[in-house]
Design a protein around this ligand. Structure first.
Ligand code: ADP
Length: 468
């Protein structure tokens, strides 16, 4: 209708107002048909070509006002209009096809790219398998997707739920030679090499079979990769735990030897003849102190081993941080007898933690701050809520820690070289604290300057988020 309107417009303008010669009219009509054929295709262009020939004949070719088609000029005009219509529509059709081909290829490449990026982001096999159907449904605009794995006959779904026949899926996974389309359902076999692994079912997806095939390969590769990564991680964890066990036994044997040697020496001296009363007292107090140290060492080593073996049962709850810090302060009451203590914790700030276990971290940091700074120098405990975490800081103005040793002090039995003489300790406190913080999925950091003081910062999950 629009085309005929435009045609009538051209005819009217030239016939009534602009009196141009017939060639100009013919060229204008030709141009019009060219545009029409390119934009709307052959069918319209042919119909309008015939109409244009008739109008041309009637209104512009003498004798004007009659339809005499006998004149060869008319045939020529009709032929020119039709040829233009056919050639232009063909050309534009081809260009349209190529453009839509290129567009769909680009879209499918994008699908594969987005999927591969999504699959590579998954941290472990379980989350990868969970995310596959949703990711495929998302990028292929399908209504529903199911990933079926032969191993364990497991199903992972996304989109609307429909019933499936597991034995049939298993049969298809083994027997399908390639992607099959049945009504609106796509069945994509997942296999590694020639070994069948499972099947992907998609309903209402807009994917070509080639892309669906590539999606199948991508899924199988991603599963293989996640499995390989997990098995490497498992091996590494096993090796690491073995290494830790050996290290632990070595260090314990080494660490136990020192107090044992002192005890043994003192006891032998006591058993000797003619020990003066004051010497005997001195020797007994050595035995007393060293056996205390031995006791502490053994219980800390056991605690560390339990944390390593994840044998410490944590009971996570929402705890108000100020209460937790208060408990820690009470647990090492001697600290505030020797140091002014400034505590600044925002009210109602809560964390997710096992209070009994986490409190040990704060108590340990507090004790260290007191042990490694001179009496009378202040200690500050502050807390700051961040987006998902809480940063708890214990700061002192004590002896500080040499930069070269800052990463080592969290190791078991490590005590800073020159500065710890005369200060009792086992070198286990920070190792235990770090293990506890990590069991809370948090982290512990240190900034320190020798002679200026140290700040230990613990990051731990904030409570009150996600409905905690
Ligand atoms: P311990 O205090 O029993 O020696 P830790 O594991 O708690 O063991 O600490 C390890 C080492 O880190 C300490 O021996 C000490 O050298 C250093 N350290 C810990 N906290 C501080 C601190 N606040 N200031 C200075 N040095 C510290």
């Amino acid at each position: 209708m629009l085309a005929f309107g435009a045609l009538a417009g051209i005819v009217l303008v030239y016939h009534r107002w602009l009196h141009v010669n017939v060639t100009t009219v013919a060229l204008t009509l030709l141009l019009f048909i060219l545009l029409l054929a390119a934009e709307w295709g052959l069918r319209y262009a042919v119909v309008v070509s015939v109409a244009a020939t008739l109008c041309y004949n009637y209104f512009f070719l003498p004798p004007i006002g009659t339809l005499t088609i006998s004149d060869p000029q008319n045939w020529l005009a009709l032929l020119a209009f039709l040829a233009t219509a056919i050639i232009a529509s063909r050309l534009s059709e081809r260009a349209r096809h190529q453009a839509s081909d290129a567009r769909s290829r680009q879209r499918e490449l994008e699908v594969l790219f987005r999927l591969s990026r999504e699959f590579l982001q998954s941290e472990n096999l379980a989350s990868l398998l969970d995310s596959i159907p949703a990711a495929v449904v998302n990028v292929s605009a399908a209504q529903s997707g199911i990933l079926y794995l032969l191993e364990g006959h497991r199903l992972f779904r996304a989109g609307y739920v429909f019933d499936v026949d597991v034995p049939l899926l298993s049969h298809l996974a083994y027997s399908l030679p390639g992607v099959r389309e049945e009504a609106s359902e796509m069945q994509v076999p997942i296999r590694t090499g020639v070994r069948p692994k499972g099947l992907l079912l998609l309903r209402g997806a807009t994917l070509s079979t080639k892309t669906a095939d590539a999606v199948g390969s991508l899924i199988s590769l991603s599963i293989e990769r996640a499995q390989a990564l997990e098995s490497i991680a498992r091996d590494e964890a096993a090796r690491e735990s073995e290494r830790l066990r050996t290290l632990m036994i070595d260090s314990i044997t080494h660490e136990l030897r020192t107090p044992l040697t002192s005890i043994k020496g003192a006891a032998t001296a006591l058993l000797g003849e003619s020990v003066k009363a004051e010497d005997a007292r001195e020797l007994l107090s050595i035995i007393d102190e060293e056996s205390d140290r031995l006791n502490r060492l053994v219980s800390e080593a056991v605690e560390m081993a339990q944390l390593d073996a994840r044998q410490v049962q944590m009971h996570f709850t929402t705890v108000e941080l100020s209460a937790l810090v208060e408990q820690a302060r009470e647990a090492c009451a001697w600290v505030q007898e020797q140091h002014p203590l400034h505590i600044d914790i925002p009210a109602h700030l809560s964390i997710r933690a096992d209070p009994a276990v986490f409190q040990k971290v704060i108590a340990n940091l507090l004790e260290n701050a007191a042990k490694y700074s001179s009496a009378g120098s202040p200690i500050t405990i502050t807390a700051q809520a961040e987006e998902k975490e809480v940063a708890i800081r214990v700061a002192d103005q004590g002896i500080g820690i040499d930069p070269s040793e800052q990463s080592l002090i969290f190791d078991r039995f490590y005590r800073a070289r020159s500065r710890t003489e005369g200060i009792s300790g086992t070198g286990m406190g920070l190792a235990i604290s770090r293990a506890i913080v990590e069991a809370h999925r948090g982290s512990i950091h240190l900034t320190s300057q020798p002679g200026q003081g140290s700040v230990f910062t613990v990051f731990v999950s904030r409570a009150g988020l996600n409905g905690d």
